[in-house]
Design a protein around this ligand. Sequence first.
Ligand SMILES: C[S@@+](CC[C@H](N)C(=O)[O-])C[C@H]1O[C@@H](n2cnc3c(N)ncnc32)[C@H](O)[C@@H]1O
Length: 365
Amino acid sequence: MNAELIEQNVHRLLGAMTGAATTAMVAIGDQLGLYRALAGGGPATPDELAARTGTAARYLREWLSQQAAAGFLAYRQSDERYGLSAEAAAVLAQEASPAFLAGGATITRGWFAGIDRLAEAFRTGAGIPWHEQDPAVFEGTERFFRPGYTASLTTQWVPALPGVADKLVTGGRVADVGCGHGAAAILLARAYPQASVHGYDFHDRSIQVARQRADQAGLGGRIQFEPLDATSYPADGFDLICLLDTLHDLGDPAAALAHARPHLRRRRPGRGTERGRRLRSEPGQPAGRAQLRGVHVPVHAGRSGPARRSRARSPGRPRNGTATGRRRRLQPVPAGHPDPGQRRPRAPAITRGRPAGSCVRRDLA
Ligand SMILES: C[S@@+](CC[C@H](N)C(=O)[O-])C[C@H]1O[C@@H](n2cnc3c(N)ncnc32)[C@H](O)[C@@H]1O
């Protein structure tokens, strides 16, 4: 046995355990509004922060010390106050910031709460349906991804699809499949007041929350949220179907894409909108079957830098493995960037420049 290697592994695990403990403390700070109170009221002693937040100063003394040790807070010895920098507030306190991540920390609660269930699944080989996870996973997912959608969905991602934003500005129909708590559908309804927006998710409870969120946003009458599976929502003819951070969660992603295909309609310049089945055939495709092109760019752990996965597909070429659940083809990784082939926890790209899921549409004629 190599004692040095043993020690390296000890430190590796200690680092992971420290991260887990810090994440728990971040969840506490988020839940109790501690970060928001520091951001709004400025640096504070434990007593001052306790007065602002209705919490116990003795506990806050430990929390503040831990957060300073973790590097999130700055400690000012001269007046014994702890402060949150603007850059830390963007990540920990400001829900509207594209860099906000404290809400996503809630996911880890759900992961730990589900350990026994997961261990059992390891034994039996049975799956764990999405909707049977701990509710903290649903809330954490919503709060993890919403900042990215807020920053980019209607300002960059939809406009990047030729002709789609123009269509939605004047009307059109959009579906958010696997909509969860409805964050993206709400943004779409707000950005495109003339469009008809539909959210589908097979998880009843998520649909109930989505309806509540839409009501709170004053958009309750504008969005139809329905508890339907990705392969059973009605074929009403959509101009855009989004599967945001969802395709890989589906039991049968290929069936979901096959279901989406005939629901999409395409606009032919000067000829109005037609159903896909009436389209001319594309090179290499059977007559009457329009191609489906997807934009699917998983959020990656890197906070900046070049895209690591191939996005562009030439017409008629199948996406490498996407529909069958196999790994997508990866582009070479520039020096200095981690190997994307290694699975890692997902974190939002700080630039929020690309979709955290899939928007599928027909190619325009
Ligand atoms: C990771 S969450 C993403 C939720 C939402 N799109 C977001 O970005 O916040 C995946 C969603 O897919 C939904 N889902 C999983 N399987 C589904 C299916 N077969 N049909 C419809 N929705 C499904 C889950 O209920 C969950 O809300």
